[in-house]
Design a binder for this molecule. Sequence first.
Ligand SMILES: Cc1cc2nc3c(=O)[nH]c(=O)nc-3n(C[C@H](O)[C@H](O)[C@H](O)COP(=O)(O)OP(=O)(O)OC[C@H]3O[C@@H](n4cnc5c(N)ncnc54)[C@H](O)[C@@H]3O)c2cc1C
Length: 499
Amino acid sequence: MTPAQYTQVDVLVVGAGNAAANAALSAHEAGASVAMLETAPRNARGGNSAFTGGAFRFIYDGVDDLLKLAPDIAELDLGSIDFGTYTEGQYFDDMGRLTEYRCDPELTEVLIGNSYASAVWLRKHGVKFQPALGRQAFKVDGKFKFWGGLACHIHGGGEHLVATLHAALEAAGIPVIYETTAFELLHDDARVQGVRARHRGHVLELRAKAVVLACGGFESNAEMRARYIGPNWDLAKVRGTRFNQGYGHRMAMDIGAAPAGHWSGAHAVQWDMNAPPFGDLTVGDQFQKHNYPFGVLLNARGERFLDEGKDFHSYTYAAYGHEVMKQPGLFAWQIFDSKINHLLRSEYRIPRITKETADTLEALVPKLTGVNPKAALETLHAFNAASRPDVAFNPNIHDGLRTTGLPVDKTNWAQKLDTPPFHAYGVTAGVTFTFGGLKVTTEAQVSDTSGLPINGLFAAGEIVGGLYYHNYGSGTGLVAGVTFGRIAGAGAAAFAKGR
Ligand SMILES: Cc1cc2nc3c(=O)[nH]c(=O)nc-3n(C[C@H](O)[C@H](O)[C@H](O)COP(=O)(O)OP(=O)(O)OC[C@H]3O[C@@H](n4cnc5c(N)ncnc54)[C@H](O)[C@@H]3O)c2cc1C
């Protein structure tokens, strides 16, 4: 559909990623006429949602709940897999602990309480799930044991998610108008009435009875990253789309929307130091390097600078990109020995990788570009010599295999680096998405700075502020997008229909 063919609809959704697609489907199912605007061309649609590995964090009470999402689980040898449970209480604890107890309690309750229903909703629209056996569970003593609350992933990750949701949009007859960037909200005293947008160089006005902003964060905008997250963040690599430029935040705040959440915070991970400036869909999320709990990290000075074993990677990876950004030159090297090779995820075996190997630590350190080799060797020897309790290495639990007496101790999984060949991976920070967003009600209505809802304006996905501060538990972004997308779509439809 081109903008010229466009006539006023009930609900206009800005964006065409996960949150937007679910908002549009939800509004459609609530009886509204719907259209979507997408700044990207069709072949680059889907925003960050297209880049995801598909981790999806939801509550479940044992394997029966999982079977409803992933019936193929029945074909597995269930006696050899311990799926455990993930309760509302555990999810709340994780959200509270990770955000240093700052996450908005009401929005968090909505997120968690709807998380399983959101997975079921996706399944209803054709999205397939699979158990995350290789990623969130390891085989120990012949049995897979899950940890970290992520039992299932979306099968085929973001590519499958976006393709399936867009097939559902097409089946529902919901048009997506591509190459159209919304940059201003049309409104009068009473309500939002549509958007002003740019389509291939021409400015258009697109009218609607309600608007859902689901156009992502501002992570792709270097100027906004430097302004809000801080110095040097303009130099960070972006893991996903180049299209999330913060227009949604700006156009909403221009008409009085309240900001919410951690505007100087962002989800940022360790990412190949030679990755391109923005994500590459042919590589997806595989530039990430998340197995650092089984090795050590060195900076340019040859020093360790964080506790690699503080927690499972799911609970530290989104914050540790920030620690890398604090290092000289904004980079680090992850060092492993060969004992743990079987634990390394596929992202350590991609062809486009910054990797060095050697048979001794002495031969490895001069290969680490930008690192002081003498200091690096001293650090690695001191790490190996540090005293350790007499406990066995176990990647499934906080094993307590820790060092003592180092300037920065490693508090779990601190095996010595003693088995050649040794291997090292160069990383910098890759920003995933920004935490600062708009204040919304539990009905996904955008609030103004006086606390009143702005009539006809809803928001969902990364643009919602208040869920994440400092850190993030993997698999929450997608479930938040589905949950608030569904609520925003239904709310916008009801508003448009005068209900
Ligand atoms: C590499 C990577 C891996 C990830 N892995 C996971 C994971 O496994 N699990 C998980 O839960 N989360 C993951 N995330 C986070 C997850 O992608 C996001 O939380 C989620 O996809 C955000 O969805 P969204 O719909 O809000 O934004 P997006 O999917 O980014 O969609 C926003 C859309 O809006 C469009 N847009 C932007 N501005 C405008 C405008 N002005 N006008 C019109 N359109 C506009 C964009 O082009 C885009 O299509 C990952 C992210 C990345 C980058």
